[in-house]
Design a protein around this ligand. Sequence first.
Ligand SMILES: [Fe+2]
Ligand SMILES: [Fe+2]
Length: 152
Amino acid sequence: MKTENHSLMNEECLSWDECFILDIEIIDNQHLNQFDIFKKILNVRECNYNYENMLFFLDELEKQSTIHFKTEESLMLVAEYDEIELHNTQHLYFLQQLQNFKNTFKYCNSKLIEQLHEFVRKWILNHIYVEDVKYAQTVKSYIIREIDNWVI
Ligand SMILES: [Fe+2]
Ligand SMILES: [Fe+2]
């Protein structure tokens, strides 16, 4: 049973846990991918020294998140999930914030890195655990209906 205040929210790093599994394979794989990229970002601690690395991983997170959000948005649309607009707005906000971090990175310092870590960690954990989970049942029901239609 899920609770609103999951203990992982308080951890320093972003950890994968069973509670993040939505049981929609393509989505779960994409979420795992987001976690992996974020772990790489966490490992880039020295901003000046690893500036190129940080930008590389931020680009990667942006790219993979864009693909992932498109997948979710398509599934929510065909499944007629009724909170799709609100959900899509949150995706847009995340991508805009990533862009803001990238734009200010030339002024980067340890404080900015900390802010970036904190923002990405909290946003991804909260978004999957609280928001993505809301559409899961609607999308799963849609997929099951579709499969039933394919079976002769
Ligand atoms: Fe997601
Ligand atoms: Fe989402």
